[in-house]
Design a protein around this ligand. Sequence first.
Ligand code: FBP
Length: 264
Amino acid sequence: MIPIDDSPIVRDGKSLILAMDHGLEHGPVDFEDVPEKLDPSTVFETATHDAVTAMAVQKGVAEGYYPSYEDDVNLLLKLNGTSNLWMGEPDSPVNCSVDYAAELGADAVGFTVYSGSNHEVEMYEEFRDAQESAREHDLPMVMWSYPRGQGLKNDTKPGTISYATRIALEIGADIAKVKYPGSPEAMEHACKAAGDMKVVMSGGSKTSDYEFLSTVEAAVNAGCKGLAVGRNVWQREDPTQLLDALERVIYEEETADAALEATE
Ligand code: FBP
């Protein structure tokens, strides 16, 4: 872990990472209700909101679209990622080097690790190479810490999420992105397990404004330093309104009720 409070991907100690790697991870099915979002420019436009500290994309999207947004959006280049067509034990091929991410103008890099998978050993070795290269470039490493595999039936159990944040600290991440473990107490324990390393919550599939903001409020109160979210923002008709509310909940630590009232 390196001190990253001065990094452009951190604002007042917190981060709101807008993730849009779903075209690879899930496929075009995630865009069915919002077909206009198949054009990555539309999501880059959303990422220009002040609340968003970085946008996480794969290499090809960064190559094609980031040059038009480099003045207004911070880039988090996701180094690995897999398609939903892969039916084997969880794994995630490395699609981009840190050197190339830096060349594309990345402000940070991201890496998924499926601890517990039969491919854990290789994934840790790949993470090691990427993490050490990120250090050479002074780029923060955000770890998608997702325990997953045939031996793990429930990947959001409290003990599993605490283990996920701790693994991220142990192997050298600067921010761990984890799923919500179901209760504020469990999230608090997961944040404590990470020591001083920042933990951000993963967004998950789209829910109502109130449900989503309440979970974010609970996560922030439990010690989370923000959010790495995709569908819950860009699958909305008006992502700006939700980002206005998220800005209040994450950075001003307002309640979900107050944020909704102020932004509706
Ligand atoms: P969401 O907020 O839409 O869940 O996005 C976060 C994310 O980690 C993406 O970066 C990634 O594409 C997706 O979730 C992977 O989801 P899963 O592995 O749970 O299917």
